[in-house]
Design a protein around this ligand. Structure first.
Ligand code: GTP
Ligand code: MG
Length: 224
């Protein structure tokens, strides 16, 4: 499966994700089912259906966002204790495409060996999985830009991996403040990024941003 073209230079990173055409048609999720939790990229599903991965720091709300998108609270395991998701979890949507729930990065309380294992698992999955169409990088909208998130997205750019930023937990701020924080966060990318990746502001609690994220995926799926 061909990846979208993402252009960057050594001096600055620039984002150009081709063929994203949102056509305002709501993506109907008729069916969402858990398929497999894999410890290694080699154990992931063998078919070639397109997949969309969700990643971000521990506790940022990845599993909750997936459940909100699928309108299925029991699909991905959520927890107020960080470090819950430790494997590569595939969910099949409408028997057509996958959502992938990845472990969080940068959880301080994991042992060094667990951290190393997770880092290796995440980077191998992202770099080797040919079916991976887009990575959604989740950022808690309440917080300033953290070094670990920044390093991760710069690495995605350097590795030519298409991605989108998803700000989470916007219900914890007013809509105006959430928008402002998101804009400030994106503006900080301009020191290295020539053009910025797309972003969405969401709340799993209040179901904010659901249509926008699903339309975005739908737009890509229709152009594959
Ligand atoms: N208020 C609010 N809380 C949220 C939202 N999304 C997630 N949470 C809470 O944040 C905590 C972590 O959510 P998870 O979805 O388990 O986070 P995760 O990123 O999957 O965490 P790990 O798998 O441990 O890396 C839970 O207590 C959720 O209820 C949101 O949009 N609003
Ligand atoms: Mg999780």
């Amino acid at each position: 499966m061909q990846r979208y073209v993402q252009v960057y230079s050594t001096l600055s990173l620039s984002y150009s994700l081709c063929c994203i055409l949102s056509n305002n048609v709501r993506l109907l999720i008729k069916k969402s089912e858990f398929v497999i939790s894999a410890p290694l990229v080699s154990k992931c599903p063998k078919d070639d259906k397109p997949e969309y991965a969700f990643i971000g720091r521990s506790n940022v709300g990845k599993s909750s966002l997936i459940n909100m998108l699928c309108n299925n609270k029991k699909l991905a395991k959520t927890s107020s204790t960080p470090g819950k998701t430790l494997l590569i979890n595939h969910f099949i949507i409408n028997n057509e495409w996958y959502i992938v729930d990845l472990p969080g990065y940068g959880f301080a309380k994991h042992s060094k060996s667990v951290k190393q294992r997770l880092e290796k698992m995440i980077s191998s999955y992202i770099l080797q999985r040919e079916q991976l169409i887009n990575v959604f990088v989740l950022i808690d909208v309440r917080h300033e830009q953290q070094k670990i998130d920044r390093e991760f997205i710069d690495w995605l750019g350097e590795s030519n991996v298409p991605f989108t930023i998803v700000f989470t937990k916007s219900d914890k701020l007013g809509p105006g403040k959430a928008r402002q924080n998101a804009q400030d966060w994106m503006d900080k990318l301009k020191d290295r990024w020539e053009t910025l990746p797309p972003y969405f502001i969401t709340s799993s609690e209040k179901k904010i941003g659901r249509d926008e994220v699903l339309d975005y995926i739908d737009g890509i799926n229709k152009n594959l």
